[in-house]
Design a protein around this ligand. Structure first.
Ligand code: FAD
Length: 395
């Protein structure tokens, strides 16, 4: 841990620290610098102070005994009466990571009537499935669910806890990490496990311009959330293995402050994340009605359509059709991008697709770095030609 200290005695109030701070974390009060909450302790002010009046102080933090925290725990989310597929993807990744350090992979199920899903999880290579099954857990209440998972973490001491970055997971994971006073990295796109059991949690940062590697050095467990469709699910094994362990519901569930008054289910909607084939329109489209040919091509291919963020900002499309860091992650078998430049905020969330075909007039467009088939040309010629050919083939 580090902190910044200002030696008022030496400070001349020149203001250089304030103008050099990239985070706007220094205010000048009564002619002297005053740090605000935006400070990241980057130390740029320390380097730039001509009077050496700013210091970076390192404080030693005690580390937990890491050898007492073992194995990887996956939160197996059940929502809408089904096991969310992201949990299988997490199990797949957990199994890969566990091999490096001889860890086991465990899963925890929470809800009402969830025991049935434990049997299915036995086909995916987990050694233990803890089950908290009770009518009091019928509907997701963050505090009640957190109490169950907390109970299991206290019992099993996992080194790593992986949670899907779904609406439910995004509500649950921070509550848990706060209860254990430990770190959580949201929306990881890559995970690695070091020999010393530190989890390297990799995710885009600063608007997607860098890939940050985040490590929870001193505390355990290490919490990470991962979006759906980022990792690969494992193959289902014919033989079932792993123990199902029914767990007693902790008393904290009965003491929960929240209760469920009524539930109004939203009809399930097709998500672009589930599409096998996607046709994507970007800012290369000149007007809203030109999106019609993107939709038509998608329909002829039996797929769905999506867009980049600028088209959502123009009001031509909606956020649930946006691919990217601030939209959805997709991994279809085929994706055709039309007039998309390939900014990192877009490609980071589609570059796992099986086949990427990109149409762009600019031969140097970054989208061609991830494309398997690059078509340098005008989408207004190529897309109608594809539509014509498909129609002819169908006729
Ligand atoms: C924090 C943050 C989060 C972001 N999140 C997202 C996100 O989730 N999703 C997202 O998409 N963006 C996101 N962005 C924006 C991103 O940086 C890009 O600005 C955006 O992806 C560009 O969209 P585009 O490719 O459609 O447009 P442009 O970059 O303008 O590219 C248009 C492309 O079309 C080509 N073109 C033009 N005419 C034709 C034609 N007739 N035929 C063929 N090609 C043609 C051009 O050569 C160009 O390459 C985010 C940015 C930030 C800072």
């Amino acid at each position: 841990m580090a902190k910044i200290a200002i030696l008022e005695r030496k400070c001349t109030g020149c203001g250089l620290c304030q103008s050099n701070c990239p985070f706007g974390a220094i205010d000048m009060k009564n002619g002297k610098p005053d740090l605000n909450a935006a400070c990241k302790v980057c130390g740029i002010c320390v380097k730039n102070c001509p009077e050496k009046a700013i210091l970076k102080l390192e404080t030693k933090v005690d580390s937990v005994d890491k050898s007492k925290w073992n194995d990887i725990l996956v939160f197996a989310e059940v929502s809408g009466g089904r096991l969310h597929p992201v949990c299988l993807e997490l199990i797949g990744k957990a199994r890969e990571l566990a091999k490096n350090v001889n860890y086991k992979v465990k899963a925890v199920l929470v809800g009402s009537g969830v025991s049935a899903f434990a049997e299915e999880l036995r086909h995916y290579g987990v050694s233990e499935i803890a089950v908290y099954d009770d009518p009091a857990l019928s509907y997701f209440r963050a505090d009640a669910y957190a109490s169950c998972v907390e109970d299991y973490i206290k019992y099993a001491h996992p080194s790593v806890v992986l949670v899907g970055a779904t609406s439910l997971g995004r509500s649950l994971a921070p509550r848990l990490s706060t209860r254990f006073h430990t770190g959580l990295t949201a929306d990881c796109t890559k995970l690695e496990l070091r020999e010393n059991t530190d989890l390297v949690q990799i995710r885009p940062a600063f608007g997607g311009n860098i890939m940050a590697q985040i490590i929870t050095t001193n505390t355990r467990p290490q919490f990470a959330t991962v979006r759906y469709k980022v990792m690969n699910p494992p193959m289902r094994q014919e033989e079932a293995a792993g123990n199902i362990v029914p767990r007693k519901i902790p008393k904290a569930v009965a003491d929960c402050k929240s209760s469920c008054v009524s539930v109004q289910p939203i009809p399930p909607k097709q998500s672009i994340s589930d599409a096998e084939i996607l046709v994507v329109g970007g800012r290369g489209l000149q007007k809203e009605s030109d999106l019609d040919m993107i939709k038509e091509l998608a329909q002829l291919l039996g797929g769905d359509w999506a867009t980049t963020r600028p088209l959502v900002e123009k009001g031509w499309s909606t956020n649930d059709r946006q691919i990217g860091l601030s939209g959805r992650t997709v991994r279809p078998r085929l994706i055709i991008t039309c007039g998309v430049s390939g900014a990192i905020q877009f490609t980071a969330c589609m570059n796992g697709s099986d086949h990427i075909v990109s149409i762009n007039t600019d031969k140097d467009a970054p989208i061609f770095d991830v494309a398997h088939i690059a078509i340098v040309g005008d989408l207004y010629e190529i897309v109608p030609a594809l539509i014509k050919q498909l129609k002819e083939a169908q006729a």
